[in-house]
Design a protein around this ligand. Structure first.
Ligand SMILES: [Zn+2]
Length: 106
């Protein structure tokens, strides 16, 4: 496995071709840090197995729901929104109301 990294090539488990390491998606779980299938094969597989992939994702989502949602909550945009809400929720509401009134008057 170490040789594969040194030579920067890897044999695809699917098409059995030896390809440069850039042709493989990184995967921390794997011993050598890359997927066993090359990107082209993964793409092909995904195109052929859209439904299967969706199911797989659903299962993954169910198992990791909290983790995924937690990550969603903590995007920079969401954090900013949260902070704004915390800082002055009332002022923002008033602003909105006034904006509507101003629109009507104008
Ligand atoms: Zn391949």
């Amino acid at each position: 496995m170490a040789d594969a990294i040194q030579n920067k090539t890897k044999r695809c488990n699917h098409c059995k071709e030896v390809k440069p390491i850039e042709c493989f998606v990184k995967n921390k779980i794997r011993k050598d840090g890359y997927h066993d299938e090359c990107k082209a094969c993964q793409k092909e597989w995904r195109a052929k197995n859209k439904e299967k992939a969706a199911k797989k994702w659903k299962i993954y989502y169910k198992k990791n729901k909290e983790k995924i949602n937690e990550n969603k909550k903590n995007t920079p945009r969401q954090i900013k929104k949260k902070q704004q809400r915390k800082e002055n929720p009332i002022e923002r509401n008033i602003k909105k109301k006034y904006q509507n009134i101003i629109k009507i008057i104008e």
